[in-house]
Design a protein around this ligand. Structure first.
Ligand SMILES: C[S@@+](CC[C@H](N)C(=O)[O-])C[C@H]1O[C@@H](n2cnc3c(N)ncnc32)[C@H](O)[C@@H]1O
Length: 263
């Protein structure tokens, strides 16, 4: 996959400028702005912001901030029994599986699972999304509160991914997949502004079907795939079970039960 847009990392102050260059180097982004940039990343007092310069309507920049908004509220009020994702992944009071979130995005689902005690390795192949997530995690991990502790269970590995096949030596209990799915007309109208920006940047993951096989090979016990309720099965493969929530379903592919050994 090659990123659709060239997105520079920019800053206004000297302190931010040095850090912005480090971020650009880390994620293979440029430090030079261009007149026709559709998107720009700006480092503002250590906070990385994504600006959509050609957006059809006025939009605030997109930032990963685990201490703000719905994410923070959800993390502090998450209850095992209410979370479809927890059931799908197999979290219980006694067992918190280790998870590779192989399509991490902005880390929202991973944050819920980390809030329930799971340790997660995160993979995100889009360098701009990975840079935003990394910045949000680093800032949150410095705080000595519940959210900081939760984010310390989230480890962003990088952009090498299940399709490039590099860098996975450990065997997670569960692999979690939530690739982008092309939006239909009705879904499009309901998408919030920050997600419109995200979708414009990332596009749809046309190669998502290819993720299921390497995910099954990597997981010790199961693979969980999040899909819109109307979407077909990933790679056309029927899951062993499904957990449904209002807008999504979680398709669960069981490799072996949590109590079963490999032999
Ligand atoms: C729908 S978003 C994931 C949202 C995420 N579950 C959350 O809660 O924030 C899908 C993400 O998967 C990433 N992605 C798609 N295919 C990937 C792959 N093969 N490896 C790594 N990341 C991938 C996309 O770049 C995109 O950021």
């Amino acid at each position: 996959m090659t990123a659709k847009f060239r997105v520079p990392v920019l800053a206004n102050s000297d302190a931010d400028n040095i850090a912005a260059k480090t971020i650009a180097g880390r994620w293979g982004l440029t430090s030079e702005a261009a007149d026709n940039d559709a998107f720009q990343l700006w480092l503002n007092d250590g906070i990385l912001e994504l600006h959509w310069l050609q957006s059809p309507q006025k939009m605030s920049p997109l930032v990963v901030d685990f201490h703000q908004g719905k994410a923070a509220y959800r993390a502090q009020h998450t209850q095992l029994k209410n979370e479809a994702i927890a059931k799908a992944v197999g979290v219980s009071g006694q067992f918190q599986p280790s998870i590779v979130d192989a399509t991490a995005g902005l880390g929202r689902d991973a944050f819920v699972l980390a809030g329930l005690g799971c340790n997660l390795q995160l993979i995100e192949r889009h360098p701009v999304v990975a840079a935003l997530l990394d910045n949000g995690l680093q800032r949150a991990q410095q705080e000595a509160d519940f959210i900081g502790e939760t984010c310390q269970r989230m480890h962003l590995i990088g952009t090498d991914n299940l399709l490039t096949g590099k860098g996975f030596t450990h065997e997670p209990d569960v692999v979690y997949l939530d690739p982008m799915y092309p939006k239909t007309g009705k879904q499009k109208a309901q998408v919030k502004k920050d997600m419109q920006m995200f979708q414009q940047l990332v596009g749809s993951d046309e190669d998502a079907d290819n993720l299921l096989e390497p995910a099954m090979a990597l997981a010790k016990y199961r693979v969980v795939v999040k899909r819109p309720n109307s979407a077909p099965f990933l790679a056309g493969r029927e899951p062993n079970s499904q957990i449904k929530s209002k807008k999504h379903r979680f398709d669960v592919y069981i490799k072996r039960g949590f109590n079963e050994s490999a032999n």
